[in-house]
Design a protein around this ligand. Sequence first.
Ligand code: FES
Length: 481
Amino acid sequence: MSSDKVTFDFKGKSISCRPGTSVAVALWEEGVRVLSHSPKYGRPRGISCARGQCTSCLMRVDGVPNIRTCETEVRDGMTVERQDTGAFYGAGMQKILATADNLFPVGFYYKWFTRPTALNRVFLDMIRPLTGVGRIPEPGTELKADGLSNSLVTDLGDFSKVIVGGGPAGLAAAVESSGPVLVLDEHHECGGQRGTALREATTALGNRLERFPVLANSGRRLDGLIKDFSARPEHTFLGGVRAVAGYPPNGLLLRRENDLATMNFRELVWAAGAMDTLGLFPGNDTPGLIGPRALYRLLLRDGLDVAGRQVLILGNGIDSWLSAVLLAERGARISLVITESGYHTEISAAIDAKWQLTTGFKLASIRPHGEGQLAATLVSRESSPSGPLHSHLQLEADLAIICGQGKPTFDIPFQLGIDMSLQQDRGGFIPTGAGESSVFSGRLPDGATVAVVGEAIGETVMEPIVPPGKQKNGHPEGSAQ
Ligand code: FES
């Protein structure tokens, strides 16, 4: 039986949506923004990463708790509930936790035990085996994981060179390799997190994409890399595969749909890119606030319906323009706040497209506003939040996309034993000693190597061929409608 609608139950209410989308997206389109609450303060949580890598969308589905609803497809007749409704989440418990707050400062669980380095090393060596990263699963082992049922682990064998990440950095590393390489990516096609989004923008806009040089140039660069990669028959691309864990000295655990597999490598190139980060400002955990990578997945994978919605895009660089183009093509009303100078050609195109455009301001705070809405307060870049009234601006939206520098992914090199240090200017943890370099290369105890490249080391790899600083047209900054 085929139907163009699927119906499921949420809090006793029947929700109808199109098949093939995720539970989280179906709820968002229905006006349900809050999917869970934070464990410590009970703060509301909505769709966040849309990638199965946080806890914001955990709900009870058909009685089963801790289901990631951003990665769970809607099914006819399913029952969806919020799971964090017990006494622990009540106001009384929150008060107790708040009273003892000084004992557990924000982030204590990842800030403690990091210094001194030698002690941290001992701590990690002790805790890794306890947390399950100590031994790679034996082939034939039955594993149960989120969304998996009775999956048997298979062994893919030994590979000389494995690249995790099929975006520009991973493809460039593959093209430069002399011997055969295996490229793994969780997307089904080459191109990485922005690849599908760039392809859709190219198809939708055709020649009009030239109005946005940052996108047209990035698309051309990506196409060139994919062509060069395809011209090397000794290389293999394996899509739809997620590297879920690294096992010292040189093992990887992979997941492809319902299957788990292990492999060993002699050389690993970690080119897994970056994760969305929203930055530090009051209200940065408000449901309805997401990063561009999550937006690409919600639009292109789940078909998020944004027609007629007001969407606020804040930030700079390729992701602001790519988000705006995709959203506008799908009928959203765009409010674009550009926080960096340059991009004059793109700004002219935005004015011609009649997008609401603001420059010269930065984000001060975001708060929920009315039913499922957000209100963003912006302040002039020249003044403090306590400055004169005319330097403030308030914008309202159904959804806000914050486009800043992504946080480098580092989990698997770290699990394999590569030391990581926090680098504020690169937005997160990168290998210790990487310094200003755009490539890190480290040796593992048995002689295998790990290299970290691209956004995973804090590089911006999809910048326009003509950097914005070189566009010296002297476009005046200010607010334009
Ligand atoms: S895991 Fe679903 S939003 Fe992050």
